[in-house]
Write a new protein. Structure first.
Length: 379
């Protein structure tokens, strides 16, 4: 259970954003990407909205929302692709897609138990850009840039600065010397903000390490910028020598539109396995209806619901919290509505533990909309 909180206080000095700017269109493009269409993903990324006033104007929102958004954005900047904004409802400040990206005054309130590094990732860092939390798996922070700045991001204050110079050579050397590492996870930031040619150079290096047997990519970019899934990216994925898993990140059914479904078809054609991990967020998906619609939308797009994470208590995100008892109730209700393969695993990541902590649904109860015994029919 969540510990009782003391009164919230204002954060008097927000740290500057640790997320670097995304690559410029001319920097990101490489020869392998030269045949991209005119509306290329690099230009879409370069034109992302970063001014709260512009976002409010485009969505026909009260201009008064822009002032607190601008203050909150001083600590962690706004960034959202225009195509993702096009999926939001005009005139609705509570739109669940908007809530994921619009800075809010609540981010400036300090809360007990919320800090810069709640998962203590600094203790798992074996080299700049290399985290080794769990047995058999190592995580490469390939970049600090993201296509979108999610307001609940648990790495919103991560010190990406050291990702310069020889950091990659050092990280690869450690992986090469540790035969227990069988899976490498490309993360960030978001690895798909990098040019495909740069990703290919990285995987060429990994392919020379015999004990690496699997590759995983954690990315939200195809959800908010489906144009990124272009021919060169698919050719690269299809050429890799390992089984590849893409762990995507969608939180709401409206995250998955026709453009995303098309991108997922292209990704599946490469042979990659597509999974989704969502975060349970107050005001975004904290109802059984929203979670059911999300699972159905993911399945229709060829993505398997994988994890539903409880919020990581990073500073500035307390307004998104859904309590564990409420989360367990939601999962029990969801399990009564959907087949088991569409019910994600409720999980919490805790510092220092050897794996994610799986959380069981609440006991069955006829007082909720759990209407059937778990033994009353086919699963």
């Amino acid at each position: 259970m969540t510990a009782p909180r003391k009164r919230a206080r204002m954060i008097t000095a927000s740290p500057p954003t640790r997320h670097p700017e995304p690559p410029r269109a001319d920097d990101a493009a490489r020869p392998a990407d030269a045949a991209t269409p005119a509306a290329s993903w690099q230009r879409e990324l370069a034109q992302a909205i970063e001014d709260p006033r512009e976002l409010c104007r485009l969505l026909q929102l009260d201009a008064d929302l822009a002032l607190p958004a601008g203050l909150a954005a001083q600590g962690f900047g706004l960034r959202v692709p225009r195509g993702y904004v096009a999926r939001m409802r005009r005139g609705d400040p509570n739109d669940p897609l908007l809530r994921q990206v619009l800075p809010q005054a609540a981010e400036l309130l300090a809360q007990v138990g919320y800090c810069a590094d709640p998962l203590e990732e600094a203790l798992s860092r074996r080299a700049p850009g290399l985290l080794h939390k769990y047995h058999g798996r190592a995580l490469l922070l390939t970049t600090g840039a993201c296509a979108v700045h999610c307001r609940y991001c648990f790495r919103r204050e991560y010190p990406y600065g050291p990702l310069q110079g020889s950091w990659l050579a050092d990280a690869l050397r450690i992986i090469r010397e540790d035969a227990s590492i069988e899976e490498v996870i490309l993360s960030g930031g978001d690895p798909l903000t990098l040019a495909t040619a740069r990703l290919a150079r990285l995987t060429d290096e990994l392919a020379e390490i015999a004990h690496v047997r699997r590759l995983r990519l954690h990315t939200r970019t195809p959800i908010v910028l489906p144009e990124r899934v272009d021919e060169s990216l698919c050719q690269w994925l299809g050429s890799l020598p390992w089984p590849v898993v893409l762990v995507l990140h969608a939180n709401h059914a409206r995250d998955v539109d026709g453009g995303v479904r098309g991108a997922m078809r292209r990704l599946r054609a490469t042979g990659a396995t597509l999974l989704n991990q969502a975060v349970l967020l107050a005001g975004v998906n904290d109802s059984v209806e929203a979670l059911e619609e999300l699972s159905e939308a993911l399945w229709e797009a060829g993505i398997l619901p994988y994890y539903l994470h409880l919020l990581d208590p990073v500073r500035g995100t307390a307004h998104f919290e859904v309590t564990e008892p409420r989360a367990r109730e939601l999962m029990a209700s969801l399990a009564a509505r959907l087949p088991g393969y569409l019910v994600p695993r409720l999980a919490r990541e805790a510092a220092g533990e050897p794996a994610k902590r799986l959380i069981a649904p609440a006991p069955w109860s006829t007082e909720r909309d759990v209407l059937h015994s778990p033994h009353s029919g086919e699963c």
